[in-house]
Unconditional design. Structure first.
Length: 155
């Protein structure tokens, strides 16, 4: 019994309130699950803000893997910012949050689509659930920003 209580308290510390939390929606009176909404500012491309919605289950050792992400331009995006980001096909992790004491985490990865001059933000969990890895995608086009490069027309 003591071990179970310690695990529950530890889970509460791991998944406790976030400084970035902007919303908390109860899923009903007879459930211990809530939808938590957090904001995420990209540390390098500071003109982008993402909102991530995910389920948190009180008194559980692991939160469900489902999540949703939406990212928008909320400030300037400059060529200097784009020059600093990882432009590989796998991009780079810009956010990570523990979702379980059993090594499951949610990550957000920024990937640059150079051909379309668009930033992609991929939210995913690192543990397979019901035969698949849960994920969600949002894009932020550079069109209309200082970072957008006009391509010369070809005839």
């Amino acid at each position: 019994m003591k071990k179970l209580l310690a695990a529950v308290l530890l889970t509460g510390l791991i998944t406790g309130c976030s400084d970035n939390e902007v919303g908390d929606v109860s899923l009903g009176m007879f459930t211990l699950k809530d939808i938590k909404i957090e904001n995420l500012k990209d540390d390098v491309v500071t003109g982008v803000t993402c909102h991530i919605a995910s389920i948190e289950a009180d008194l559980s050792l692991a939160d469900p893997s489902d999540s949703s992400i939406s990212c928008r331009q909320t400030g300037d995006i400059t060529p200097e910012m784009i020059a600093q980001i990882d432009k590989s096909k796998s991009g780079e992790v810009v956010f990570k949050k523990s979702k379980s004491i059993f090594f499951k985490s949610m990550k957000v990865r920024r990937i640059y689509d150079a051909e379309n001059q668009t930033l992609l933000y991929l939210s995913y969990t690192t543990k397979e659930t019901d035969g698949s890895f849960k994920h969600s995608l949002s894009t932020v086009p550079l069109w209309g920003t200082k970072a957008y490069v006009v391509k010369p027309e070809t005839n």
